[in-house]
Design a binder for this molecule. Structure first.
Ligand SMILES: [Fe+2]
Length: 338
């Protein structure tokens, strides 16, 4: 037996990697992972991942590997199909930028965003339902005062949005931060215009002492999700349409309360029942009223009439109420599995 070959000698590359932070585990404690077969490979991956010190991460990866491997076995995944998937994920990553999030879009069209959102924000009888964030939120919305417009002139039919933000007992939630964003009447977000220099059709506001908010907006229109990239090509191959019903995105933050990410949809929209990203919930469908009174329009700051009047109150859960709800919902789910 060659003594040198049997020693635990390692090269400089290994020592350098350990020096720069790569975990240095005791190799003698590891199970033998050699000679893997389709039957043993899953257990071997679990064995080596079991070194993970974070309990939750360990659990997540155990489940992820189990389901991924089962998927590959069950469908008889071919090398060509797996390479197609790798190339798809690579192109999905390559097209991402600060203002284009193709991975969120992928999660959306797979229904995963809607699923994660609904598990983390179970429906309660009294609080406003959440829905998907979508890929078009940006951090650069202008801060506005009550009554200001989130949209520049000429972006669409005027809409006056107002209402109150309250807790489940009807008490006001004052100083609540509101983010709102929408498409213009061409069905485009500002980020989809190459010449974009600043935020448009999006704004940040704060509710007053009574939880009241108001702002001017425009009536959004249905739009295709970005379909010039890998996710668009995927939907085409699945023979799926790429449209979302018109909606107004809303997000609410207030310390002590569960952040609410939601959107309002509009009655009569042709895509309500087949939203490409599964975001529509009946409780979020609104029916604004057309106001033709010119003087009212001008008093609210519009150039002229008419305008749509959208009155909507939002009900927030406290952080503790949301957590309690989530635990109850999870317990019910696990009970249903037994
Ligand atoms: Fe959207």
């Amino acid at each position: 037996m060659n003594e040198e070959r049997s020693s635990k000698k390692v090269g400089k590359a290994v020592l350098d990697a350990i020096k720069s932070g790569a975990p240095n585990v005791d190799l003698d404690l590891l199970p033998n992972l050699m000679d893997m077969s389709p039957a043993s490979i899953t257990e071997n991956v679990h064995a080596i991942n079991s070194l993970c010190k974070d309990k939750r991460q360990k659990f997540l990866f155990e489940q992820l590997v189990t389901h991924l491997h089962d998927f590959a076995r069950e469908v008889g995944l071919t090398t060509e199909e797996w390479m197609t998937a790798i190339q798809f994920l690579t192109s999905t990553g390559k097209i991402c930028s600060d203002i284009r999030q193709e991975f969120i879009l992928l999660s959306d069209v797979l229904g995963l965003s809607a699923l994660v959102d609904s598990m983390n924000h179970p429906v309660t009888a009294s609080a406003t339902e959440g829905t998907v964030l979508g890929p078009f939120f940006t951090e650069d919305a202008k801060e506005l005062k009550a009554g200001d417009s989130i949209a520049s002139e000429g972006k669409g039919e005027y809409m006056w949005c107002e209402g109150r933000i309250v807790d489940i007992n009807g008490n006001p939630v004052p100083h609540c931060k509101i983010e709102t964003w929408e498409t213009d009447d061409e069905g485009k977000y500002d980020t989809q215009y190459e010449e974009r220099t600043e935020a448009d059709c999006r704004g940040r506001l704060i509710s007053d002492e009574q939880g009241y908010y108001s702002y001017r907006a425009i009536l959004p229109t249905p739009y295709p999700i970005p379909n010039d990239g890998p996710v668009g090509a995927l939907l085409k191959s699945l023979n799926r349409h790429v449209f979302r019903p018109a909606h107004l995105h809303m997000m609410f933050y207030r310390e002590g309360y569960e952040t609410l990410i939601t959107a309002l949809y509009f009655k009569g929209d042709p895509y309500l029942k087949s939203d490409a990203v599964f975001g529509v919930k009946t409780s979020l469908i609104v029916d604004p009223v057309l106001v033709k009174d010119e003087s009212k329009a001008k008093a609210l700051g519009f150039k002229n009439g008419p305008f749509w009047h959208l009155k909507k109150d939002y009900v927030l859960l406290t952080t503790a109420q949301a957590e309690e709800q989530k635990q109850k919902s999870l317990a019910n789910y696990y009970a249903s599995l037994q």
